[in-house]
Design a protein around this ligand. Structure first.
Ligand SMILES: [Zn+2]
Ligand SMILES: [Zn+2]
Length: 245
């Protein structure tokens, strides 16, 4: 089974002129999952796939830089030229589902809203998805996707006090947030050096740095991560690029 991840956006907290917020298109065995829907990712998604082919949406937490473009999909699936489309599943923590439904009462008409929590396993079209509670102020789930013998892991937003080993041990591709740089630290996000140390400790075969600080030099983040893990394969995630896992 093939597993791929296309980066729809890499900017943390808010979008820039060139970079959308957090979002990925994950594909296996013909199934297409939109993983996080930050500002700008709807346009990135549309440049890589037909939105009618989406099999589902998975949102890691309620913060706007991970969710707000789901309303673009809502309108397109409800009001688009193809008429009203059949609902597709939208998985997220209950807190996220409640927040989105509070913003637009049509959410449960366009999506099948399905609550997920940590310690849960979701069997989906031949892949197995598991979730880990991350260290971030709202309820936030990191996701591990196992498809055949391939493993992709995504940190969502998190500080260092999460169980990264459960999330990303031996992952072929580890997509990890790196919001902070130059030694800055906070309990709810990671800096480049922390990501490097985590990537080495979990044994990830390739790590992509994402949720990068907007309007800052990302080469600094990359250098910090690589300095902390000189033998690890670490790159900056590139918007629009498809990675075979
Ligand atoms: Zn974020
Ligand atoms: Zn967040």
């Amino acid at each position: 089974m093939t597993l791929s991840l296309t980066v729809l956006g890499t900017s943390g907290m808010f979008a820039t002129a060139a970079e959308a917020c957090s979002g990925y298109l994950v594909e296996w065995d013909g199934f297409k999952l939109w993983l996080d829907a930050g500002a700008g990712t709807w346009q990135s998604l549309r440049s890589t796939t037909d939105y009618r082919e989406l099999g589902g949406v998975l949102l890691t937490h309620r913060h706007p830089d991970h969710t707000t473009d789901v309303f673009q999909a809502l309108h397109a699936r409800y009001l688009g030229t193809h008429g009203k489309l059949s609902p597709i599943p939208l998985w997220a923590p209950q807190e996220t589902l409640d927040a989105l439904s509070g913003f637009d009462s049509d959410m449960d008409d366009v999506f099948e809203l399905r609550s997920v929590s940590g310690s849960e396993r979701l069997e989906l079209k031949g892949a197995s998805l598991s979730f880990v509670h991350m260290a971030h102020p709202p309820i936030t789930l990191g996701v591990r996707i196992e498809a055949g013998d391939r493993v992709a892991a995504y940190s969502a937003d998190s500080g260092p006090a999460a169980d990264f080993d459960a999330l990303a041990h031996d992952a072929d591709l580890f997509v990890c947030e790196a919001t902070l740089q130059a030694g800055a630290s906070w309990e709810g996000h990671l800096n480049g050096a922390q990501v490097g140390a985590i990537a080495a400790s979990v044994g990830a075969r390739k790590t992509l740095l994402t949720h990068l600080p907007p309007e800052k030099d990302h080469a600094v983040t990359l250098a910090e991560a690589r300095a902390a893990a000189p033998s690890s394969d670490i790159e900056l995630a590139e918007q629009g690029r498809r990675y075979e896992v």
